[in-house]
Design a protein around this ligand. Structure first.
Ligand code: FES
Length: 316
């Protein structure tokens, strides 16, 4: 375990308690009107100054919270803000079906490559099924950058020997896939775990700076599996095959990344996320993907939206 890189939800709960304490404290009072006007920057600065430094882990967690906080903060009521943040853990009875939308709330169209380009080095995520669950969304291509069809595949869980079916890519070219972005070894999150496009699956990455550092084992495994690109976790070197259901290419993980099942509606070109497949998301309470803080953009009938966000290009 490397300092600060391993995230468990217990830590999120402890952080949330500290945040609530600071928000209630008259000396460090949270200002909902500033939050309503300044948005996420105010919350990040507030946490930075009054709770703890905001690193990438905290940023991901806060981003999930922001969606809900925004909805109540505009009402200008601290009790409502606190009420949202203080909600108890919930267990959903089933996976929600959420429409993927962009930052304007417009549906993401599968044939539009603007937000999700082929083999993109930009870490692009959406949250599902609960607030603190980031998932990669990838449009996969070959070494030349041509979109490729990603067929269904049987995925083995090395830890148990179990096998499950990865349904393959979706969209007009069946090239779009989505996986949990939390490493199944010890829970590292982006940017430590991320997609390496073909041009970065090369010996040059063996001496790159973290978080773009491949291991020789990862390179050899990509070659042996004949895949041009991989998902790799820089924390301890776990490698996953995005073309075959994020199956394990190298340890220390002994579990694949769970698949976030996407459904494409050809009549509208919209994309939906409908369930998680495979092993439980790392850190899921009691191994239950449906326990946690529900997305505030989810309706009572378990439909709604989740935002696809292009975050950073770590290779720059
Ligand atoms: S957390 Fe250890 S390899 Fe990802």
């Amino acid at each position: 375990m490397e300092g600060g890189k391993v995230i468990a939800r217990r830590n999120d709960i402890i952080f949330l308690r500290k945040l609530l304490r600071a928000m209630k404290d008259p000396k460090t009072k949270f200002d909902p009107s500033r939050f309503a006007s300044e948005g996420r920057d105010y919350l990040y600065n507030y946490v930075n100054e009054n709770v703890e430094p905001v690193n990438e882990e905290r940023r991901t967690f806060l981003k999930g919270l922001i969606i809900g906080v925004s909805a109540v903060a505009v009402l200008g009521s601290i009790p409502r803000v606190l009420g949202y943040l203080n909600q108890p853990l919930t267990t959903l009875p089933k996976f929600p079906t959420l429409l993927l939308v962009d930052s304007n709330g417009d549906p993401v169209k599968a044939s539009d490559t603007t937000l999700i380009p082929v083999n993109s080095p930009i870490i692009t995520l959406f949250t599902y099924p609960m607030v603190n669950d980031p998932n990669f969304i990838l449009r996969l291509g070959d070494a030349q950058g041509n979109e490729v069809q990603v067929p269904p595949a049987k995925v083995t869980v090395p830890a148990t020997g179990e096998v499950y079916l990865f349904p393959g890519g979706v969209g007009p070219k069946k090239s779009i896939v989505a996986y949990s972005a939390i490493c199944q070894h010890l829970g590292c999150r982006p940017p430590e775990i991320h997609f390496y496009p073909p041009q970065y699956v090369s010996p040059a990455q063996l001496s790159a700076a973290d978080p773009n550092l491949l291991t020789p084992q990862a390179l050899a495994a990509a070659r042996a599996a004949n895949v041009p690109a991989i998902i790799h976790c820089d924390c301890h070197g776990s490698t996953y095959d995005p073309y075959r259901g994020a199956a394990v290419l190298t340890g220390p993980t002994t579990r694949p990344l769970p698949t976030a099942e996407l459904v494409w509606d050809p009549s509208t070109d919209y994309l939906y996320v409908t369930r998680m497949i495979g092993v439980p998301i790392f850190g899921a309470p009691n191994g239950n993907d449906l326990e946690g803080f529900p997305l505030p953009t989810m309706n009572s009938d378990y439909t709604g939206t989740t935002e696809v966000e292009a975050t950073i290009n770590t290779f720059r």
